[in-house]
Design a protein around this ligand. Sequence first.
Ligand SMILES: Cc1cc2nc3c(=O)[nH]c(=O)nc-3n(C[C@H](O)[C@H](O)[C@H](O)COP(=O)(O)O)c2cc1C
Length: 240
Amino acid sequence: MVGENERACLIGCHGVRELHQNRRIPTGERTNLRLNLNIGITGASGALYGRHLVRALAEIPGESHLIISPAALRVLRQELEVPVDTPEQYLELALRELHDTRHAFQLVDHRDIGARPASGSAPSHGMVIVPCSMKTLAGIAHGYTSNLIERAADVCLKERRRLIVVPREAPYSLIHLRNMTALTEAGGIVLPASPGFYQRPQSLDDLGRFIAGRILALFGVDHQLFPAWQGDDPETTVQK
Ligand SMILES: Cc1cc2nc3c(=O)[nH]c(=O)nc-3n(C[C@H](O)[C@H](O)[C@H](O)COP(=O)(O)O)c2cc1C
């Protein structure tokens, strides 16, 4: 049975906006609202961003299909120095030490183009690809659905559901920039892996939480992953 607020959210980007106006999804409190996402994790640098999104989602009621590319596992091993060889081990690592998980995570093989996220008839609130490699970005921007991550993103665009990609490369070539433009023109959201430093992060995890929080905010989720900007601090503001 789909509740009133959830129905508003299920109808795509405009529905998500309606959800923002009616009732946001607060973390840390019991709620009937659910967030059902597809999540792609690919082989761009920034493995901790995906890990923090999964940890933050664990507090939110709902269900997500998690699709992890082989390159994502390769980069994760490099960056986090952990022996993670399988998607199952990835999920175990991401959820480690969390006791109260309200979110169901379904692991789906990136080659399984017959899995649920491959069809527009399977409802979801949208998709996040975090981090998103230039290879996956190119595949989506050109409608070249070579695996389940790219197919699920393609489905989001055609169904006018929210698609957020968190790309990472430096510097960008003209091809990368054109692909980001094409994705934006098709209705996707490019949320660069560029955490703000005005929050004065104390650790890499603070950077991960910042990006996870910005993603959740785009789905109408109230979170406490980092403090909201309150305006200038009177003590540091220059008096005119
Ligand atoms: C250590 C390491 C770091 C990488 N960093 C990036 C990166 O920041 N951005 C990017 O687009 N590709 C990066 N790559 C290359 C991608 O992993 C590669 O293009 C891969 O084919 C992407 O496949 P996928 O999109 O299916 O995960 C990196 C690869 C390795 C091994």
